[in-house]
Write a protein that binds this ligand. Structure first.
Ligand code: 13P
Length: 256
């Protein structure tokens, strides 16, 4: 059984001053809630304060990126070693915003995944097609290529520790989430690719998330699909009550 996983990707939002009440409220709203694994990924500047505030809580810490060298003359970059040391368990890699605005290519992303795994961080590897690609009927091809670039470096022993996130680019920040059926179809396909490469056991163990305009109203239908194991949440993770409701999607008394 794969434990549901809800990840809040704060992107470039929240100063330290703004992070403190958000995290404090989250720890309160989600106190002792263990049915879902919960991860928050604040910007680097808030990682330390987040680590302090979530100590002894059920919330884990993740980062939004890393650089694939251990240390050295790479101005402006942050290493896996630093993220491990600050208390991160997870790191988001290959987000479409990084691919698009910062020209990250599949080779860079694969190296980052390797580096994350080498330092004991679980990578949340993002893949997904553009609207044009979906309309052209090549969504699966695009996702396959992105995933295969990762498979080229991902060792069988490490594969079980990876998390994938299917984030169709047209659904991110648009308020237009993929239908549960469309999300399920692509995630099922992704699991098949994992099975072909790493075998049935690993494919059934790896969690695959959906991301793109997830909110407390649409999460339940998405989670009802057999292959969707959780969500990578942007906008709806920036308010404690909203994210808490989303995390508790399965509880009728989950209303905050
Ligand atoms: P939204 O939930 O704001 O659409 O963002 C999704 C996303 O990009 C998470 O990584």
């Amino acid at each position: 059984m794969r434990k549901p996983l809800m990840v809040g990707n704060w992107k470039m939002n929240k100063t330290i001053t703004e992070s403190i009440p958000l995290i404090t409220d989250l720890t309160e709203f989600l106190k002792d809630y263990r049915k879902t694994e919960i991860v928050i990924c604040p910007p680097y500047t808030s990682l330390w304060v987040a680590r302090e505030l979530i100590q002894d809580s059920n919330i884990l810490l993740g980062a939004q990126n890393l650089y694939f060298q251990n240390d050295g003359a790479y101005t402006g970059e942050i290493s896996a070693r630093m993220l491990q040391n600050i208390g991160c368990s997870y790191v988001i890699l290959g987000h479409s915003e990084r691919r698009e605005y910062f020209q990250e290519n599949s080779k860079d992303i694969a190296r980052k995944v390797q580096q994350a795994l080498d330092f004991g961080l679980k990578p949340i590897i993002c893949v997904g097609e553009k609207l044009k690609e979906r309309n052209e009927g090549i969504a699966q091809k695009v996702v396959k290529e992105e995933v295969e670039a990762i498979f080229s470096i991902l060792k069988p022993l490490d594969a079980g520790r990876a998390v994938f996130a299917y984030e169709p680019i047209w659904a991110i920040g648009t308020g237009k989430a993929a239908t549960p059926r469309d999300a399920q179809d692509m995630i099922k396909y992704l699991r098949k690719l994992l099975k072909d490469k790493y075998g049935k056991k690993t494919a059934e163990q790896v969690r695959i998330l959906y991301g793109g305009s997830v909110n407390p109203d649409n999460i339940k239908a998405l989670m009802a699909e057999p292959d969707i194991d959780g969500a990578l949440v942007g906008g709806a993770s920036l308010q404690a009550d909203t994210f808490a409701r989303l995390v508790k999607y399965n509880d009728s008394n989950g209303l905050i």
